[in-house]
Design a binder for this molecule. Structure first.
Ligand code: NAG
Ligand code: NAG
Ligand code: NAG
Ligand code: NAG
Ligand code: NAG
Ligand code: NAG
Ligand code: NAG
Ligand code: NAG
Ligand code: NAG
Ligand code: NAG
Length: 384
């Protein structure tokens, strides 16, 4: 249905100029019976959509049309003109490539942007060379992107910090709504909305203000809702308590289990031994949540003060020290060591004794008869 466009203007005076000249000549012509009107369809145009500027009540058998950007008929502002007798469209100075002028005077603008917002004027040249004109308005609204909630403090401290949550970036003619935990905002003085409702202030946050928060941005052509946003409120950590399965145990006798009781979720636990970060020895194991420490078997080096500490990113709290006593049977062990030593010494003594005795016997045999006697060998042999 697009009318053929062609360089009709080359043949004669440019059509647009002719139209303009005519319009200047007939500027004061009063409107005739049926009033020319321009209707924008859709009335609320979303960015990226196609918009028609419909010409209604166009006079019968006009000579041509011209569409201008702005409220005036101004040649440098010509978008396109159309000549009925030749079906020729001539593009003007502000033609963007997205406009189509139909034979009935209607202008189509494709893929509109906010820059297309403004008045558009249609000039109709009637068959009596008189003109009439009408201005229509196009208002292109942005399609709102999904808003993102931002906070001016990502880790507010409970009972201390005031947090400002903002819904998306600033856009004009946008209205906002908020929900907390899928509920509309509760009445109260701790929640303050800005005049345009884009920002929500949470005064002196508590752990109950975690959310999640959702906001919605709405303009004449679109509605868009944010993803849930959770406020990470840092709360003071309560002091944990530390318990032992048995605080006084005997070395090598079974396991000792130390349990750290922290009454909050969302806290982590770490351990201290004699005031120092606990180094896990071979015989020690931590439960997966680090809340219990098992020492199996327990040895005398494990004697000392234990503490556990509950912490989150903003706060921590350490338990009172718990003293673990590992006793060992000094005497029995000493005795057994003594016995072993005694046996070893005894065996060694016996061995030494045997060796000495053996040596003595050997010497006795090897040196018998004494050297002085053997010196007298021949006589000895004579003896044997
Ligand atoms: C066309 O003009 C007539 C007479 O002025 C008017 O009643 C009618 O509403 C107009 N139509 C449109 C679509 O503007
Ligand atoms: C203009 O278009 C109409 C129909 O769209 C056609 O009947 C007419 O012959 C065309 N005129 C010229 C000069 O091409
Ligand atoms: C003019 O023509 C276009 C394209 O065919 C059509 O969409 C539009 O409705 C017409 N205008 C009027 C006022 O009928
Ligand atoms: C519409 O215009 C935008 C720029 O304003 C462009 O990025 C996009 O590709 C265009 N879409 C179509 C369908 O032409
Ligand atoms: C956030 O804004 C509130 C209110 O303006 C202010 O009191 C607070 O200090 C701000 N927080 C940060 C981290 O800037
Ligand atoms: C916002 O709305 C007002 C009144 O409807 C209008 O004058 C203004 O141009 C609009 N602004 C934008 C950016 O859409
Ligand atoms: C949080 O809410 C619970 C239950 O509604 C309430 O018992 C508690 O006192 C609140 N805590 C704070 C810090 O407001
Ligand atoms: C603690 O351990 C000691 C020695 O291992 C044992 O005698 C005592 O009965 C244990 N106490 C408890 C309460 O289990
Ligand atoms: C337990 O503690 C170790 C360090 O000792 C740490 O790497 C680990 O993340 C902790 N686990 C938990 C669940 O907190
Ligand atoms: C934990 O929070 C409490 C109360 O806000 C504060 O007194 C304490 O100093 C904090 N402890 C640490 C280690 O930040």
């Amino acid at each position: 249905m697009e009318p053929p466009s062609g360089p009709a203007s080359r043949r004669h005076v440019p059509w647009s100029r002719l139209l303009l000249a005519v319009s200047l000549l007939t500027f004061r012509t009063p409107p005739t019976s049926a009033q020319l009107t321009v209707e924008t369809v859709p009335r609320l145009a979303a960015e990226g959509s196609d918009v028609l500027l419909l010409a209604h009540n166009v006079s019968k058998n006009p000579l041509g049309y011209g569409w201008y950007r702005g409220e005036r008929v101004d040649s440098p502002q010509l978008i396109a003109s159309y000549r009925v007798d030749t079906n020729a469209t001539t593009n003007g100075a502000v033609y963007s490539g997205r406009e189509t002028l139909y034979p009935n005077g209607t202008l189509l603008i494709r893929n509109v942007t906010q820059r297309d917002t403004g008045p558009y004027t249609l000039l109709v040249t009637k068959n009596d060379l008189q003109t009439e004109r009408q201005t229509g308005h196009l208002h292109v609204h942005p399609v709102l992107p999904t808003p993102v909630i931002t906070s001016n403090n990502s880790n507010p401290r409970e009972h201390e910090d005031t947090v400002v949550l903002t819904c998306g970036s600033e856009t004009q003619n946008t209205s906002y709504m908020w929900w907390i935990n899928s509920q509309s905002l509760p009445k109260g003085t701790r929640l303050e909305l800005s005049k345009d409702k884009r920002t929500l202030t949470v005064v002196t946050v508590t752990r109950n203000d975690t959310g999640p928060y959702v906001c919605e941005a709405r303009n004449p052509v679109s509605v868009s809702r944010s993803d849930p946003f959770t406020l990470d409120v840092l709360s003071p950590v309560a002091k944990p308590s530390l318990q032992a399965s048995n605080a006084t145990v005997t070395e090598h006798e079974g396991p000792v289990v130390l349990t750290c009781l922290a009454d909050e979720t969302g806290v982590s636990i770490r351990w201290f031994f004699k005031g120092q970060s606990l180094l896990l020895a071979e015989r020690m194991t931590l439960s997966s949540d680090n809340s219990t420490l098992t020492i199996d078997p327990v040895s005398r080096e494990n004697t000392g003060d234990y503490q556990c500490e509950a912490f989150n990113r903003g706060n921590s709290s350490r338990s009172d020290p718990l003293r673990l006593h590992v006793t060992w049977r000094e005497t029995s062990r000493a005795l057994s060591v003594g016995a072993i030593t005694g046996i070893v010494i005894g065996v060694l003594l016996v061995l030494i004794l045997l060796a000495v005795v053996g040596r003595l016997i050997f010497l006795h045999r090897g040196n018998w008869p004494p050297a002085s006697t053997s010196g007298r060998g021949p006589s000895g042999s004579s003896v044997s």
